[in-house]
Design a protein around this ligand. Structure first.
Ligand code: SAM
Length: 321
């Protein structure tokens, strides 16, 4: 059994036991499990004899934060399948790895501050933190969903990552310092809070304000000059920009570096398909790339094609200016 499957098995068995004992949801029990493990305290005295041996070999030699993230991701996915909820989505591992790789190319060896304004379970944010080369990472995340923000807290604690989490609307003012990198798997749809939307230039892109456009504006606002925005956006975003307000907004504020369409097979249906969107906020010394990287990514199952694509991606980053 691999380390990830062993860790998953501990999280899963413990969550099932706590779920039964407390009559709570699996995902809530997963949060309890994580809290027990990282605080090294078992709150469920009634089943201490079962939990203690399970937790005993969770932290082991050679264990990495990535092992824990992957195991936690499997447990979170299981919980989300058991009790589906429209908000409960997790950024899939293959995409986390791709964005993490791009983030590591962008940030090099420098200390880096990262924000995810719709952090969910923290799978994307911590996956990126695990891939950037410098250990000095400051990270912040926000989410409206109380269960998801609890999962993000449990997830980052278990991985021993310091993340400042805010249980709030990511489109309301965020009390964080301007950061080097903003990442997000953006929520898609119509944003219901008209008053908050009014503060955004991009609220007039459609007849009603679209959450996905507002998150791009919020991301750019939260960046330092010359910082990077690395987002997953719905493919239909550009088609929705009928009057080119978005296009003009981006031209004024940023430089488009890349737009990579992810393979359709990764998504439930065509309408849910997404692309990776990479911008650099304007600032001193920011140059236009010789050519923006616009591409359709190969199927992730086609290893040879994917390897070729990743080499050309690395090459583009090296020679982009
Ligand atoms: N990257 C996350 C992960 O790996 O778990 C998944 C993000 S999921 C695709 C989109 C998230 O946006 C959901 O967690 C949802 O609760 C959150 N969301 C929706 N509207 C929001 C808002 N106005 N402010 C903050 N978060 C919001």
């Amino acid at each position: 059994m691999s380390t990830v499957s062993e860790l998953f098995s501990v999280l899963d068995q413990s969550s099932i036991l706590i779920k039964k004992l407390r009559g709570m949801d699996y995902l809530e029990a997963l949060c309890e499990t994580a809290e027990n493990i990282y605080n090294d305290v078992i709150k469920e005295n009634e089943i201490r004899d079962k939990l203690e041996p399970l937790y005993a070999n969770f932290f082991r030699e050679g264990l990495t934060a990535e092992d824990i993230r992957r195991a936690f991701q499997l447990a979170a996915l299981k919980g989300m399948k058991k009790s589906p909820h429209p908000n409960h989505e997790i950024t899939p591992d293959s995409i986390v790895l791709l964005l993490g790789h791009i983030a590591s190319l962008l940030t090099g060896d420098d200390p880096v501050s990262i924000l995810d304004p719709a952090v969910g379970t923290g799978n994307l944010l911590t996956g990126i933190m695990n891939q950037v080369k410098n250990n000095q990472v400051t990270a912040c995340g926000a989410d409206t969903d109380d269960l998801l923000i609890k999962l993000a807290y449990a997830n980052s604690n278990l991985q021993q990552k310091e993340v400042h989490l805010f249980h709030q609307d990511g489109l309301k003012p965020l009390f964080v310092e301007p950061c080097d990198l903003v990442v997000c798997d953006v929520p898609v749809g119509i944003y219901p809070d008209e008053r908050t939307a009014k503060a955004y230039e991009l609220s007039d892109v459609g007849e009603k304000a679209y959450t996905h456009f507002l998150f791009i504006e919020q991301g750019l606002k939260s960046l330092k000059n010359s910082g990077y925005l690395l987002y997953l956006i719905p493919n239909r975003l550009f088609a929705e920009d009928r009057d080119h307000h978005f296009h003009q907004f981006i031209q004024d504020k940023a430089v488009i570096l890349a737009l990579l369409q992810l393979p359709l097979s990764l998504f439930k249906n065509r309408a849910a398909a997404k692309s990776v969107f990479l911008l650099q906020k304007k600032g001193e010394g920011v140059k236009m790339p010789k050519q923006a990287l616009l591409a359709e990514m190969p199927q992730f199952s086609d290893e040879q094609e994917l390897r070729r694509f990743m080499l050309s991606l690395d090459d583009w980053f090296k020679h982009r200016l």
